[in-house]
Design a protein around this ligand. Structure first.
Ligand SMILES: C=C(O[C@@H]1C=C(C(=O)O)C=C[C@H]1O)C(=O)O
Length: 255
């Protein structure tokens, strides 16, 4: 049987979900491909993967899409790894770098600046990692993933996008979900879902085997990240999609 090509986010946030994908019975049925979120979205559009952890902010670009299974990269409130970093408070920010690796948080940040914070800094599209050195003075920057956990040690002001969303909408936020552009076999989805659940029961083991100096990973996996795609998360996801489709923040530049 042909293997299903599965695109996974290459950040630590994904480790609990892929624990079971890297083991049987899933292992021999799939090929795992790791990339940063914005790249994964492009890979799904280009047909290089069959299913992937796709940024919800990129969903408006898909002609047809299917949410696969019952797990996601989500947060009930504070996420810790998706933040606007700055050396000055919000009202003094003059320029904002957007993270080239993100699609959801870029759209969420634009929405927050316009609808909630009422600030209109100049928007700069980061093209590579060098933008992080430019987060200084009145130039702020959006950073996601492990790099954000590292940036927490550098920047003075940290605006957590998960907390901001929750504060305004009262809903959880889904950063990425398993998405395909064609329907997948139902039996496969069932097994895939079970494999996703496997690591969530083994957080202590995952934390112990992946030492990390920048953040308390037990706290990250259990307090910040929330992996079940609950009804509340689906509601949060729909609310976000409605906001970015009407606001135009869902459009992404070509790579
Ligand atoms: C929680 C996170 O969510 C990520 C943020 C994404 C985005 O902004 O497009 C996409 C996938 C997620 O891995 C994170 O990276 O820290």
């Amino acid at each position: 049987m042909e293997k299903i090509r599965v695109g996974i986010v290459n950040y630590r946030n994904t480790k609990p979900l892929i624990y079971g994908l890297e083991r049987e019975p899933m292992k021999s049925k799939i090929d795992l491909v790791g990339a940063y979120p914005a790249r994964l979205a492009q890979m799904l559009i280009d047909g290089q993967i069959d299913v992937g952890l796709i940024p919800v902010g990129a969903i408006p670009l898909l002609k047809e899409y299917y949410i696969v299974g019952n797990y996601c990269i989500g947060a009930e409130a504070e996420i810790a790894s998706v933040c606007l970093f700055s050396e000055v408070p919000l009202d003094r920010i003059e320029r904002v770098y957007l993270d080239y690796q993100s699609r959801s948080s870029v759209a969420l940040l634009k929405w927050l600046m316009k609808e909630s914070w009422g600030i209109h800094p100049e928007i700069l599209e980061a093209e590579d990692e060098s933008y992080r050195d430019k987060i200084s003075g009145t130039t702020a920057g959006l950073v996601i993933g492990d790099r954000a956990l590292e940036q927490r040690k550098v920047s003075t002001y940290i605006y957590d996008l998960g907390s901001e969303w929750k504060g305004i909408t009262g809903l959880p936020f889904v950063f990425a979900a398993w998405v395909s552009t064609k329907p997948l076999d139902e039996k496969f989805i069932e097994e895939f879902d079970k494999a996703n659940a496997m690591g969530l029961e083994l957080i202590d083991e995952i934390v112990a085997s992946n030492p990390y100096d920048f953040y308390d990973m037990k706290k990250y996996y259990t307090l910040h990240l929330s992996y079940e795609l609950t009804d509340a998360k689906k509601k949060g996801m729909q609310r976000f999609l409605d906001a970015i489709i009407t606001g135009g923040e869902g459009t992404i530049p070509s790579e």
